[in-house]
Design a protein around this ligand. Structure first.
Ligand code: HGY
Ligand code: MN
Ligand code: MN
Length: 416
């Protein structure tokens, strides 16, 4: 197929894959997805990916965490590989597109390249990284962090999910688990020529620009911080208001202060998860644990934002007679994607390619591979409402197919 010709062959392939994934891990109530790692739903997704690889004659390589790469290595494809792909896990009650769009598009892009008669000069690997969202064990991009050595297995194996299940045990229950003391996969990054991740846009830049596809320039630094506030359990009726040490008040004021601080500074602060002990209606709680997700346009701004929130929380704890600790659980440094690669994709040698460059506030495995020294780029596909991490997340099929073409063009350029 030459430039300008209509691609129709891949439409049914893309839609068929999309239809196959649609019911997996879907909630009957909200229509959203619960695809937490090492659960039955995620196991089904991993099996689906293995079937897709086999159907295409791709060689599947997996590790003890459930990370997987399906390799297209035709004769003559030698040297450093080009990786694409994304993740299949979701946030709690998430959308269909965040993650799976990158995996399905990568498979469809390989189909399209084959239809075009392209024979890559380098191996192309379609990667699926586990626990990208950190929805179960709290660490963002846990799979890609472990394979690149950004996090150690010794530290990770101590993690527990919200039911107290250790990572080790969750892996064993899924018939997985690294052999030995290491979860690294060195060849994945050491032998990489480039990584290109396609993702649904989690914002409205492309809607405002009237473009179906964009290219990422970088990722804001961001982090997850656990706020533990300890007070004194007491009776909701008989304890005078002035006699209380109520951790809920310290938390509530901190949430308000964080939102205000972030708004004033043009940054982001979110409390999306709270646990109250003992969580009874007629008792002042003894403890509130809440998780702050903070993001800013520079590392200095992120540090300043978190320090400001911590200062205001500590002041309030002093007034409430509670004690407070703030612990960083998962911090991701600023990422600037390879500018040459981004420029080549955005203004490629193909008439179709003229994609805008966009920054993003969302984290991705691409950021982890970039930090590990792999020349990395991301393609974004327009999301009509910009909503993400929600059942309402959406992308039109025509835009998804434009994304597949952009990814295929990019992979072709990198393997010619
Ligand atoms: O939380 C994030 O930024 C991402 O969507 N994993
Ligand atoms: Mn996400
Ligand atoms: Mn994602």
């Amino acid at each position: 197929m030459g430039a300008g010709e209509e691609w129709t062959g891949g439409v049914s392939g893309f839609e068929e894959m999309w239809r196959a994934l649609a019911p997996v891990g879907r909630s009957g109530e909200s229509g959203g997805y619960f695809r937490q790692p090492w659960t039955a739903a995620e196991g089904e997704l991993r099996a689906w990916f293995a079937e897709q690889a086999a159907a295409r004659g791709l060689t599947l390589e997996t590790d003890g965490l459930g990370n997987a790469v399906a390799w297209w290595r035709p004769e003559g494809a030698t040297g450093r590989h080009v990786l694409t792909g994304s993740h299949l896990d979701s946030v709690l009650d998430g959308g269909a597109f965040d993650g799976p769009l990158g995996v399905v598009s990568a498979l469809a892009a390989v189909d399209l390249l084959r239809d075009r008669g392209h024979t890559p000069t380098r191996p192309i690997g379609i990667a699926v990284f586990v626990e990208e969202e950190g929805s179960r064990f709290g660490r963002a991009c846990l799979g890609s962090r472990l394979v690149t050595g950004a996090t150690t297995w010794a530290a990770a194996r101590e993690l527990r999910d919200r039911d107290g299940v250790r990572l080790d045990d969750a892996l064993a229950a899924a018939d997985l688990g690294p052999t030995g003391d290491d979860a690294r996969w060195p060849s994945l990054t050491d032998d990489a020529h480039a990584f290109v991740e396609l993702h649904v846009e989690q914002g409205r830049h492309l809607v405002d620009l009237g473009e179906p596809v964009g290219v990422a320039s970088g990722i804001w630094p961001h982090g997850r911080y656990r706020l533990d506030v300890v007070g004194e359990a007491n009776h909701a009726g008989t304890t005078r208001m002035e006699d209380r040490h109520d951790p809920m008040l310290t938390y509530a004021m901190t949430a308000l202060a964080a939102a205000k601080q972030a708004r004033l500074a043009g940054q982001r602060a979110t409390f999306g998860r709270v646990e109250v002990t003992p969580n009874g209606t007629n008792a002042v709680p003894s403890r509130v644990t809440a998780w702050l997700d903070a993001r800013a346009d520079s590392e200095a701004a992120l540090e300043a934002l978190v320090a400001d929130i911590a200062r205001q929380a500590t002041d309030r704890a002093g007034r409430d007679g509670t004690t407070l600790t703030l612990t960083a659980e998962s911090v991701s440094a600023e990422v600037r994607f390879d500018p040459d690669l981004a420029a080549r994709i955005a203004a490629g040698d193909d008439a179709r390619a003229d994609w805008p460059l966009l920054p993003t506030q969302a984290g991705h495995d691409a950021g982890i591979l970039s930090a590990a020294g792999v020349p990395t780029a991301m393609l974004f596909v327009r999301n009509p409402t910009g909503i993400s991490h929600s059942p309402a997340e959406h992308a039109e099929t025509a835009d998804c197919l434009a994304g597949v073409e952009a990814l295929a063009d990019t992979l072709a350029r990198l393997t010619t």
